[in-house]
Design a protein around this ligand. Structure first.
Ligand SMILES: C[S@@+](CC[C@H](N)C(=O)[O-])C[C@H]1O[C@@H](n2cnc3c(N)ncnc32)[C@H](O)[C@@H]1O
Length: 210
């Protein structure tokens, strides 16, 4: 009952990285399409890409005129588009080697385009104990607030959607936040990585113009 969707909670944070007047954006590992649907309200065209037929099937049930849903693997299949204004990804990067996926995403951005992704870090209790404690306490406190909101409003409150149980998950992420930062800096100079409270890291990068 007190459980809530940490990925949905961070949608607003990611949307802040959308450049003004976005024409075409990509959501890598779009799952059942909740974030792509938010993007569709703000961008002219959205591509949702996922390698799970079940997830793409769920996503395609959304009736959105400016979104394509593509079944494909970001590492091995051609992307649905190129010269993206922005590329987003939620909890998919830890499913794949960063050294393989980050160059693919960088190449698919237009100069000046933005990459903003959240994903799961491996636990690093020694360095991240304060944030882990804050997460454990905040998880329960916010759970109570969101549950109240759901009961009062009949929806919202970061409830997990029905497709959540079928979502492909990797429960043992390979890299700590610190290791992600190190790999990202080597692959995408200027990339920023920071730990978010609720068991996620945020990676952002702007492709140099020219
Ligand atoms: C934990 S789910 C998150 C889904 C969605 N972004 C969300 O926030 O609800 C991770 C998704 O990434 C997809 N995924 C993992 N590796 C992928 C790859 N190499 N190419 C495309 N999609 C991938 C999985 O199929 C899965 O749907």
């Amino acid at each position: 009952m007190l459980d809530w969707d940490h990925n949905a909670y961070y949608h607003r944070l990611l949307l802040r990285h959308l450049p003004p007047g976005p024409q075409r954006v990509l959501d890598v590992g779009c799952g059942s399409g909740a974030f792509a649907a938010e993007l569709a309200r703000r961008a002219t065209w959205v591509d949702g890409l996922d390698r799970s037929p079940e997830m793409i099937g769920e996503a395609a049930r959304r009736d959105l005129g400016n979104v394509t849903w593509t079944l494909g693997d970001v590492l091995t299949d051609p992307l649905p588009g190129k010269d993206y204004d922005a590329i987003f990804s939620i909890c998919a990067l830890h499913h794949m080697p960063l050294r393989e996926v980050l160059p693919v995403l960088a190449a698919a951005l237009r100069p000046g385009g933005v990459l903003a992704a959240i994903s799961l870090p491996r636990r690093d209790l020694l360095r991240e104990l304060p944030v882990e404690l804050a997460a454990a306490a905040g998880q329960r406190a916010l759970g109570a607030v969101f549950l109240t909101r759901r009961l009062l409003n009949g929806g919202g409150g970061f409830a997990k959607d029905a497709a959540h149980a079928a979502m492909p998950m990797v429960l043992n992420p390979p890299l700590t936040t610190r290791e992600v930062a190190r790999e990202a800096a080597a692959l995408l100079p200027g990339a920023r990585v920071r730990r978010l409270v609720f068991w996620r890291y945020l990676l952002t990068w702007e492709k140099p113009a020219g």
